[in-house]
Design a protein around this ligand. Structure first.
Ligand code: GDP
Length: 297
């Protein structure tokens, strides 16, 4: 059934942080996400992640993991929040060091603050001759955001998403922030989490990228996600590898749902397929009734 039983403290295990990258257009969000995806930050693995599935996990040399939502910009962040999804643990806010603090940067900061999500600033493009990271930090200080260099508590790191300078150190700071949050989840129960994106693939049917937030998702599980349901037929990680199960803070694409749920939809696992299907049908009906009502008014 649907009600969640509270976890006992002894059932909780450490989990990886889930990170969103935000910032003003052209300040380098995509470049940073691409760099992290392509670089060999994965311990002992060569080559980058080839698939674009809306989220990916990396493992640092020390073995620590970070899950990234690969949908840059706060539109995705706010769309998810609007659907009640709290997915992000930490926000990396990218600011170009050759530019001012722009409106979208300010928006991203207030979105993160409103969600109670800690910020790590990535002062980007320091390879550029016109870069002036100190000017950016001064601008932040004027907004009452004191970064560590300026005697404050907010983490920031100077980087170049283009050359890769500082990216590793930035991620280490993200991990430090994560440590303070003491992120935990119970892996030993039925999975719950959030849909990141979904689409119809010509050959494979509906492919949904989901982020497991608690419990462990397994092949054969009956999933309800928004108005869609189905039995998990196959799962793949961001490298296209088949996986049999996915624990907390793991992004995975699944096959087997009867449609494409929306980004921000929650997913749950049910003991039997019928129950999942009934709720999915009820949700579709409710939505239909609602749209009829709004059309009448
Ligand atoms: P987004 O709109 O925030 O996703 O920004 P992009 O990642 O698309 O970057 C915008 C432009 O800035 C692109 O032309 C990038 O190649 C460039 N860019 C991003 N990061 C850097 C950097 O660290 N150094 C330099 N020189 N250019 C960068």
């Amino acid at each position: 059934s649907f009600e969640e039983v509270a976890d006992k403290p002894e059932d909780l295990e450490e989990r990886a942080p889930i990170v969103t990258v935000m910032g003003h257009v052209d300040h380098g969000k995509t470049s940073l996400l691409d760099h992290i995806r392509q670089e060999n930050v994965i311990a002992g693995e060569s080559g980058g992640i080839t698939q674009h599935i809306g989220a990916y996990g990396v493992q640092l040399e020390g073995g620590q993991k970070i899950a990234f939502l690969d949908t840059p910009g706060h539109e995705a962040f706010t769309a998810m929040r609007a659907r009640g999804a709290q997915v992000t643990d930490i926000a990396i806010i990218v600011i170009a060091a050759d530019d001012a603090i722009m409106p979208q940067t300010k928006e991203a900061i207030s979105h993160a603050q409103a969600a109670g999500v800690p910020i790590v600033f990535a002062i980007n493009k320091i390879d550029k001759p016109g870069a002036n990271p100190d000017k950016v930090k001064e601008g932040l200080a004027q907004m009452n955001l004191l970064v560590e260099d300026w005697g404050g508590k907010i983490q920031s790191h100077d980087i170049s998403a283009k050359t890769g300078v500082g990216v590793k150190e930035l991620l280490e700071k993200v991990l430090l922030e994560a440590e303070l949050l003491e992120l935990k989840a119970n892996p030993n129960k039925r999975a719950t989490g959030t849909v990141v994106e979904a689409f119809l693939d010509k050959g494979r049917g509906y492919v949904s990228t989901i982020l497991v937030q608690a419990g462990t998702l397994k092949i054969g599980d009956y999933v309800l996600a928004g108005k869609n349901s189905g039995k998990v037929k196959a799962m793949q990680d961001e490298r296209g590898n088949e996986v049999k199960e996915a624990g907390p803070s793991t992004p995975v694409s699944i096959l087997g749902l009867d449609g494409a749920p929306q980004a921000g939809d929650k997913f749950n696992v049910f003991e039997d397929e019928r129950e999942a299907k009934q709720i999915a049908t009820k949700r579709t009906q409710l939505q239909r009734e609602q749209s009829v009502r709004t059309q009448r008014h």
